[in-house]
Design a protein around this ligand. Structure first.
Ligand code: ATP
Ligand code: MG
Length: 489
């Protein structure tokens, strides 16, 4: 299959130079030929390339040592057989075509590249050159030279990979300038970010520096070139259409043989980053506002309610002079306490005590006692905990507010004759139940919220990863149940 249908010009005798026996009687012509054959042989044995001579049928007539090192002993083998066995299937057609093209006429030379199992490599990359020297009396065959270019191709592939990576970095604007600041390299990322094409930039000073940033840039540029170092700074750059974009710019000195030869600049567009920063600031602000609103509602407003209730009672006809004085004293004390509370709150806002721990059980009992002190209705308590219940102070604040709101709701809305509080702390869970035997309410109806209290209780429970359940039915009292999982210590 590897022979051409048109016989090539020139003879097709195998070259006697290589394998023919020496002949006893030689004409002058044949002596000269023998000398030329010997010279050819000496030559091919001493070159660094792998050389083989084939007859036109593709049988190896001669192979030099380098070829045998590469392909193993191959004299007498056929090229099509070798190709089938050892050349990469994708490259076999190219090799055959090169052979046929070269075999078509004397003096033709064809080149191709094939991957082949050779020289102990899995796939060596071989550059194959096939020359038709059939008409050359000293050769009379097809001369195939092979060069192992595996390492060269691997190096090229690595370089291509690196250059692709470089281009893919084009999310960032990368440029190189000479020390005078003239742009020598301007990647696609620069084109995309700033709008100027490489053609518009190359050989000229960059046009991306806003006038009010020139001094800053000059300062960094000088520092980099004088100290042979690099510097990063946040700044702004100008686009072709006049927009200013926030950028993180890095200049690095590129060292040549005679010192700094240029400066590599990488500019990263920080717009998205800035936007995200603004959004998270706005979110944090909103959350903080929400927290303050909740705290004002659950703490201060509830205290003022209680004061309002007790003062309101004075207007009832049955109130007499003596209890009124007591109520007024109590109200004044509560107002003082509320003022204290506001002061503590303001100071906590200024310097939050993040990371501190408080005993939740002590804090909860204190609230219950405080509410009891102001309420004519008995609060039955059931405390079951043996551990000190140290929790983060923010968690304790949420718990205290929930207790306060639930008891306050029972006093204000339930028309109950008894309230109850139970607190049980196990190793992994704190369970808190706050209830009354009052008129109850339909949780669904209170979906249209009369106030913020229940919503706040739920938000606080969520903030401390606790489960909150309000069980209430008209006429059957109300229970607010909270389960707070504890981290294992
Ligand atoms: N223990 C309870 N017994 C009867 N009704 C209750 C009880 N707790 C809440 N409610 C009903 O649910 C409504 C919503 O309670 P929520 O605490 O959200 O608001 P509020 O107490 O009316 O106002 P705020 O808490 O903002 O001062 C109350 O107005 C009341 O009708
Ligand atoms: Mg309420």
């Amino acid at each position: 299959m590897w022979t051409s249908s048109d016989p090539p010009s020139g003879g097709c005798e195998p070259p006697s130079v290589v394998h023919g026996p020496s002949r006893p009687f030689q004409s002058i012509e044949s002596q000269e030929l023998a000398l030329r054959e010997a010279a050819f042989r000496a030559l091919v044995e001493n070159v660094s390339e792998a050389i083989a001579v084939f007859d036109l049928d593709g049988t190896v007539l001669y192979a030099n040592r380098v070829m045998e090192d590469l392909a193993g002993p191959c004299v007498g083998e056929r090229l099509d057989g070798v190709a089938r066995e050892r050349v990469h299937p994708e490259d076999q057609v190219a090799l055959r075509d090169a052979w046929l093209a070269a075999a078509a006429a004397d003096g033709l030379r064809e080149r191709t590249e094939v991957r082949m199992h050779a020289a102990g490599r899995h796939w060596a990359v071989l550059e194959v050159s096939i020359g038709n020297r059939v008409a050359e009396p000293a050769i009379r065959g097809m001369v195939v030279t092979v060069r192992d270019v595996t390492e060269q191709r691997q190096a090229e592939q690595r370089a291509q990979w690196a250059s692709r990576q470089w281009q893919q970095l084009s999310g960032d604007a990368i440029s190189i300038s000479d020390v005078q600041g003239r742009v020598l390299f301007w990647n696609q990322g620069s084109e995309r970010m700033f709008g100027w094409t490489a053609d518009e930039m190359l050989g000229r000073p960059t046009r991306t520096i806003p006038p009010d940033r020139r001094a800053e840039r000059r300062r960094h540029w000088l520092a980099v070139t004088r100290n042979r170092t690099h510097v990063s700074y946040e700044t702004e750059r100008l686009t072709k259409d006049g927009r200013r974009i926030p950028c993180l710019v890095t200049h690095s000195a590129l060292l040549g043989e005679d010192g700094v030869g240029g400066v590599l600049t990488i500019a990263k567009d920080m717009s998205a980053h800035r936007e995200l920063e603004e959004k998270s600031k706005a979110l944090a602000l909103m959350q903080e506002r929400e927290r303050i609103a909740m705290d004002l509602h659950d703490g201060i407003i509830q205290s003022l309610y209680a004061i309002g209730l007790s003062l309101g009672a004075l207007s009832l006809p049955q109130s007499r002079q003596q209890p009124a004085a007591g109520t007024l004293r109590e109200a004044a004390r509560s107002i003082d306490e509320t003022i204290d509370h506001i002061r503590r709150y303001i100071s906590e806002l200024r310097s939050p005590d993040d990371g501190l721990q408080r005993d939740a059980a002590v804090a909860i009992q204190a609230v219950v006692e405080d509410v009891q002190a102001r309420s004519p209705i008995a609060i039955e308590t059931d405390y079951r905990f043996s551990l000190p219940l140290k929790l983060p102070s923010a968690t304790v604040s949420h718990l205290v507010s929930i207790v306060h709101e639930a008891l306050s709701n029972s006093l204000r809305h339930a028309e109950a004759s008894a309230l109850f509080v139970s607190l049980a702390a196990e190793r992994r869970m704190v369970r808190l139940v706050l209830g009354d035997n009052g008129k109850g309410f339909s949780a669904r109806r209170s979906g249209r919220r009369a106030g913020d209290g229940i919503g706040n209780m739920r938000a606080r429970a969520k903030a401390i990863q606790a489960k909150l359940e309000i069980v209430s039915r008209p006429g059957a009292g109300t229970r607010v149940c909270l389960a707070l999982p504890l981290e294992e210590t």
